[in-house]
Design a protein. Structure first.
Lengths: 317, 331, 360
């Protein structure tokens, strides 16, 4: 049996997906990156190997996310693609007539507008965390409530509480204020969900033609409170697809299948790459005033890749 | 009767008495947007380009509040009213921004008011606008004359220390007691009219200070010739009318040194204000006798936050005047 | 005297040569991360990135013994017209001693403008002054012409980075030229060198127009080398603005007819300062000239470009040309920009219905 592997290395989570020739997801993994992308990709590969059928052969690999280059060095990717495109591809695969994708991950969030299966507009959050999952994580920590329970609690809310704040720091102080005023935890959590949705729509969603069908994906899509807040704010049904939390990886697996169909061969280094020794190192190049931070990856003490430089001085042939 | 909608923000706080008399004399019914509210701010924030300042977002909110109940929207393009300084680029592009950002708007009346082209230009604008509602030129002239009188009266009230809202009420015949008792302290509030006179946006700052026993002075209370004297304190006059007035007023109060403190009130995202604020701050650093504070207003400003700061500031000024010390500054 | 000027990409070659013709030594550093962090440290938070980079540039030079700052002013309503004066106040507050010369627009005051030239030029005769200006003006235009050529060659180069390397040599050639004749010769050689770069002549690149505020469009340090990154992704870029155009309009000659302003009129019928109206108009023109997309570069908090940004979605729809706005500040990261550029190119390719491109 043939399979295609997609890996999405983000700052918060790393996801791996294997699909078969029929583009069905055979298995998927959601791991925390914890600042150690190499380790987590290798761990993911080992775990995957255990889970997939013994007769499955990986015919192609795609990587995406902010660590896409790094991951491609480790596994040998056939295609390295930015996460906006991979998310769009996965989404239109699952919901073919999708016209709006709302994606909220741990550290970043995006909106992608499609028409007839083609991306026509997109936006990504810039520096602010107020429209991302880490906003909820922070507040959950402050309320000492596990983030997994947030959604269900929000749905139990009976009164609207407005938590103000364009920024998570302000929102936090406003939330404390509201707690002091004596609002129930459910109402406050619901208020936080609405605040996140409001920030998202006012920042990333601004000026975008948000039309249905609307797909909501990314790790935060598990939160029913946010889903409900979106449905209320946009006054439409919100679809959360089956593989909502691994869409980037799914998209790169789909792209890998497409790519290999054309080239006929894969760069996949095999499962052994999970046990090789990878050592990253970096240095500041002093050739010009750019002072680029050049990153090098050594495999078994041999230089395998180098990036981070703006010019071509450190290119590897 | 033709219904013309005027958003109750931005230039409203400066020119409304003028527009009102002029348009009403021509038989137009003026519809104002509601007072600034949470709802209006939220609606504006939702529709306006992210990077815009709070006042521009607020303006969009007021337009949304008006658009379904009027025949026209009145959004004059204020370019230059004194023939020298101009308004902030966001004012210059305001009618275009509104038209691009908001859907289903009634027609916008956006006369270009640019007196750099000479006074003749103003007459042209007045007639062009006037002939929309009457074919009688005499009526237009009369309306314009009457409008000018009312506006003059309005400015006299401002100079006497009334806020723009109070001055408009007085024009309508209301009795207002400024209750000028013995005040220990005098503080200059420097901020654009649409910030400091809008009770919601400024969280009633002027009233709060008065209640704390402070005499409040503003840029509007300085007669024009007095204000212009402060030109020499500037290496280059600011391009923007309101900013120019604000910084000259700041220099005036620093120079007179008869205020205890200067509060600069600025809106989050205001472009020109980083220059104004830095200059006022540097000036304050050079003169130790007047204490300078900057308050930033944003779309979420809570009353509690502003009141806390004002109270602390006033306490500090009191302490300082008690001790007769003069080396404290706050930022 | 030791002089510092704002650094503006390759144009610096001409500006430096101009000032050094009058017995000064220009000690401007190319901006670096250190420049930016110095600037950020001493600038108000909501100042735009050009303000911060310039302030950092001045501080670095003053630390190295600069005695004079030469910069340009403006008539507004863009804030940059006040930067010279505010920089001066901030630098003086930091305790530096220096002379500051701000060239305001010639149309503002002839006396002021020529007085300042005299100050910079010392006792050089007016004939020599004008000859020097004319020579450097030629150098500036030649640099801009060569830059345009680079934009065409880069997407087609066979070896990544080749064009950039050759262009660096070519800029040196132009810098070394001592007369107008030599500048012209350097231009000829430069074009030849650029054309000699091995290229895939059959490759039909995507065409993207770059619009926005002049400083962030011109200075690669501020825009994270967006032109180079795009070029190496196989995109032919066209810049809506060059320093030679700007100078022509702002100091020496009568304002020329500007097609971009006319094109902007249906959407924004008012000069709003900076390059706000040009941004709108250039987008219209790129749309009409069958470009595939437009990238709008603006400093974070830039007033005229905020006005432009609020109008561009309508222009994009009407003229059927995708627009990507990038607001730049000190927090902007190269990776984030790259991801957006890649996704934007994917979008343009999908729109074209084309699949293969040399995207890394």
């Amino acid at each position: 049996m043939n399979g295609y592997l997609g890996i999405d290395v983000g700052s918060v989570s790393t996801n791996l997906v294997v699909i078969n020739e029929e583009q069905n997801v055979i298995t998927n993994l959601y791991l925390r990156t914890k600042g150690e992308p190499i380790k987590v990709v290798q761990q993911g590969l080992q775990d995957l190997k255990e889970e997939i059928p013994a007769d499955l052969e990986i015919k192609g690999v795609g990587t995406t996310g902010s660590g896409r280059k790094l991951a491609s060095v480790i596994v040998g990717a056939d295609i390295v693609k930015n996460e906006i495109t991979t998310h769009a591809i996965a989404s239109s695969h699952q919901v073919p007539d999708v016209r709006t994708i709302l994606e909220i991950g741990g550290q970043d969030s995006k909106i992608i507008i499609l028409r007839d299966g083609i991306v026509v507009d997109f936006a990504m959050n810039t520096v602010c965390a107020a429209g991302t999952g880490s906003f909820l994580d922070q507040q959950a920590g402050r309320l000492q409530i596990p983030i997994e329970e947030f959604g269900d609690l929000a749905l139990k809310s009976e009164n609207d509480v407005r938590i103000a704040g364009r920024c998570s720091v302000f929102a936090e102080s406003d939330m404390i204020h509201k707690q002091q005023l004596g609002h129930s935890v459910e109402d406050i959590i619901n208020g936080l969900c609405q605040a996140l949705v409001r920030n998202y729509l006012n920042n990333i969603g601004k000026g975008k033609d948000i039309l249905g069908p609307i797909v909501f994906q990314g790790g935060v899509a598990a939160n029913k409170g946010i889903k409900a807040a979106f449905a209320e704010a946009l006054d439409t049904e919100i679809i959360v697809p089956e593989n909502y939390d691994v869409m980037g990886a799914l998209g790169s697996a789909l792209l890998a299948q497409q790519k290999v169909a054309k080239t006929g061969t894969t760069n996949f280094k095999g499962w052994d790459s999970a046990s090789l020794d990878y050592q990253p190192s970096s240095f500041e190049c002093e050739s010009c005033t750019n002072r680029c931070e050049v990153i090098e990856i050594y495999v078994e003490e041999e230089l395998a890749a180098r990036w981070g430089h703006r010019c071509h001085k450190w290119d590897m042939v | 009767m033709v219904k013309i909608g005027i958003p109750k923000t931005l230039a409203y706080y400066v020119y409304f008495p003028l527009w009102k008399t002029f348009l009403e004399e021509l038989g137009v019914k003026i519809i104002l947007s509601d007072d600034t509210s949470r709802e209006i701010i939220d609606a504006g924030v939702k529709e306006t380009v992210n990077d815009a300042c709070v006042p521009i977002k607020l303006f969009h909110g007021h337009v949304l509040n008006l658009k379904d109940r009027v025949d026209y929207l009145f959004i004059p393009r204020l370019v230059s009213l004194n023939g020298q300084t101009i308004y902030c680029p966001k004012f210059l592009g305001l009618p275009d921004m509104v038209a691009s950002s908001l859907d289903d708007l009634p027609p916008i009346l956006a006369p270009d008011i640019d007196l750099r082209e000479g006074l003749l230009n103003l007459y042209k604008v007045i007639f062009k606008l006037g002939t929309k509602f009457t074919s009688n030129p005499l009526k237009i002239i009369k309306a314009a004359y009457k409008a000018k009188q009312d506006w003059k009266q309005f400015n006299q009230y401002l100079q006497a220390g009334y806020t723009a809202v109070e001055a408009m009420d007085k024009l309508n015949g209301a009795e207002i007691d400024l209750n000028e008792g013995d005040n220990d302290l005098k503080v200059a509030i420097l901020g654009y009219p649409y910030i400091i006179y809008d009770p919601f946006v400024s969280v009633g700052m002027i009233q709060k200070l008065r209640e704390l026993g402070v005499k409040v002075v503003t840029a509007d209370m300085i007669p024009e010739p007095e204000l212009e004297k402060n030109f020499k304190g500037l290496s280059k006059e600011l391009f923007w009318t309101f900013s120019d007035q604000k910084i000259k007023a700041g220099l005036h109060y620093y120079e007179q040194a008869d205020v205890d403190g200067i509060i600069h009130v600025t809106a989050f995202g205001c472009g020109p204000d980083f220059i104004v604020d830095k200059k006022l701050e540097l000036e304050g650093k050079r003169r130790k006798d007047v204490s300078f504070m900057c308050l930033t207003i944003d779309e979420h400003t809570g009353e509690a936050g502003i009141v806390t700061r004002l109270e602390a500031y006033v306490d500090m000024l009191k302490l300082r005047s008690d001790r007769n010390e003069s080396s404290l500054t706050v930022s | 005297m030791k002089v510092v000027l704002p650094y503006l990409s390759n144009s610096h070659v001409a500006l430096k040569s101009l000032i050094e013709s009058f017995d000064h030594q220009v000690i401007t550093n190319q901006p670096s991360k250190k420049t930016l962090s110095l600037g950020v440290q001493h600038s108000p938070e909501f100042a735009c990135i050009p303000f911060k980079i310039l302030l950092g540039t001045y501080i670095e030079a003053l630390e190295n013994g600069a005695e004079m700052i030469i910069t340009s002013g403006g008539k507004g309503p863009c804030r940059a017209g006040h930067y010279g004066q505010l920089h001066k106040e901030i630098l003086e507050d930091l305790g530096y001693e220096f002379e500051m010369i701000v060239f305001e627009s010639l149309t503002d005051s002839f006396r002021d403008f020529f007085g300042k030239i005299r100050k910079v030029a010392g006792d050089a005769s007016w004939i020599r002054i004008f000859k020097t200006i004319w020579r450097e003006w030629n150098r500036l235009t030649v640099l801009d012409k060569l830059q345009q050529k680079v934009h065409k060659v880069r997407p087609r180069e066979l070896k990544p980075g080749h064009t950039t390397d050759v262009f660096d040599e070519v800029v040196d050639l132009v810098a070394q030229a001592e007369s107008i004749a030599e500048i012209k010769e350097a231009k000829k050689q430069g074009i030849d060198k650029l054309e000699a770069i091995p290229q895939n002549k059959d490759f039909e690149p995507l065409k993207i127009g770059i619009i926005g505020e002049i400083y962030v469009v011109l200075e690669p340090f501020a825009n994270l080398e967006v032109e180079k990154v795009l070029g190496e992704m196989g995109v032919e870029v066209d810049r809506s603005i060059y320093l030679s155009d700007w100078t022509e309009e702002h100091s020496f000659f009568v304002p020329a007819e500007d097609p971009a302003r006319d094109a902007a009129k249906p959407y924004l019928d008012q000069l709003i300062g900076g390059h706000g109206q040009e941004s709108v108009g250039s987008t219209v023109l790129y749309g009409q000239n069958d470009y595939d997309g437009v990238i709008h570069l603006a400093p974070f908090t830039c007033i005229p470009e905020i006005v432009a940004k609020s109008i561009l979605p309508e222009v994009s729809k009407e003229e059927d040309i995708p627009v990507l706005t990038l607001f730049l500040d000190e927090k902007t990261g190269g990776e984030g920009i790259r991801t957006r550029l890649e996704a934007f190119i994917d979008l343009l390719l999908q729109k074209q219905g084309r699949k293969e491109m040399k995207i890394s």
